[in-house]
Design a protein around this ligand. Structure first.
Ligand SMILES: Nc1nc2c(ncn2[C@@H]2O[C@H](COP(=O)(O)OP(=O)(O)OP(=O)(O)O)[C@@H](O)[C@H]2O)c(=O)[nH]1
Ligand SMILES: [Mg+2]
Length: 299
């Protein structure tokens, strides 16, 4: 336990509406892709920890599903998880989507739910790369009115603007404590969950309307037959035969594209060759199936 008291460490939970850019920002601060990103709202379903290390600090960023009204077991679990994480963290970062203007009902709901947070609250107004000067001033003003007393940072998670200043501020507010994770780790996700997420990202990129919300991915097997080769098997769950048809595509074109892109993304992650086998399966109403949600680790 040498030097334990010289280090700062702690958990900062990210709150914000779906699509605000929380996952993009976590990836930018961690410097690795650990959370998937898409232009579809409600991309993040699990609480994912991203880990950033400095010489004498460890900042653990908790990526959370966007704050929303629950509709089924899946979204109910997501909302509970958000409440639990917010209650247990050392700090909260609220991410507002500056591009949509700050201060709408969703933003007010988040601000109200944090009004009696015991952890310090910091605010980021994101997507400033899309804002005129006037819109930026208005967004910053609205953000500080919603959360008076919190420091507000204008950022672009996508371009990296303002991210270093924000990170420095978050690190400065950490309590003294030991590193919770090994210094070489970037996330707490198991390989199986991370791989499933990377595959799901490729499905999200290529589908629209109900499909993004109707799919889940599960990895059934990971093998390492030899150095430099990994075999990954899994399936994509959908809820109806017609969704299955869409994900497979005419003559299997869509699933081949998903498979190729997902394999590349896994290869980048594990830095070895990957052999990927995915099948598409129908499971009616998996979003309300608590047994399946348990096995998928969504709690
Ligand atoms: N222009 C611009 N787009 C951004 C920025 N940050 C994120 N985005 C885009 O916004 C969309 C949503 O980003 P995510 O990081 O998935 O948002 P999220 O808050 O994690 O969303 P949920 O997981 O659904 O709650 C994606 O298309 C991102 O590329 C930014 O700084 N500028
Ligand atoms: Mg997300």
């Amino acid at each position: 336990m040498d030097g334990e008291l010289d280090t700062r460490s702690g958990f900062v939970a990210f709150a914000g509406r779906p699509n605000a850019g929380k996952s993009t920002l976590i990836n930018a601060i961690v410097g690795h892709k650990i959370a998937i990103v898409s232009d579809k709202p409600q991309t993040t379903r699990r609480a994912i920890r991203g880990i950033a290390n400095g010489p004498d600090w460890q900042l653990i960023l908790v990526d959370l599903p966007g704050v929303q009204r629950p509709r089924d077991s899946l979204t109910e679990r997501m909302a509970h998880r958000v409440q639990r994480e917010l209650a247990e963290c050392d700090g909260v970062l609220v991410v507002f989507n500056g591009q949509q203007g700050v201060g709408g009902p969703g933003d007010r709901f988040i601000a109200e739910s944090l009004a009696d947070s015991s952890a310090p609250v910091v605010v980021a107004v994101n997507k400033i790369d899309r804002l005129s000067h006037t819109a930026l001033v208005e967004a910053l003003q609205a953000a500080s009115e919603l959360l008076p007393g919190s420091e507000v940072f204008p950022i672009s998670a996508r371009k990296g603007t303002g991210v270093a200043e924000l990170t420095e501020h978050l690190v400065g507010s950490l309590p003294l404590g030991p590193r919770y994770y090994p210094i070489e780790d970037h996330t707490d996700l198991s390989d199986a969950v991370l791989f499933a997420e990377l595959i799901r990202e490729q499905v999200l990129r290529r589908t629209r309307e109900e499909i993004p919300h109707a799919i889940e991915v599960a990895i059934s097997e990971i093998e390492n037959p030899r150095d430099g080769l990994m075999i990954v098997r899994g399936h994509i769950w959908v809820e109806t035969e017609s969704q299955k048809g869409i994900v497979i595509g005419s003559a299997g074109k869509m699933i081949r594209e998903i498979g190729t892109a997902a394999r590349r993304s896994l290869e980048e992650e594990v830095e070895s060759k990957v052999h990927l086998e995915i099948s598409v399966r129908v499971r009616k109403r998996w979003r309300t199936d608590d047994g399946l949600l348990d096995r998928l680790g969504i709690d």
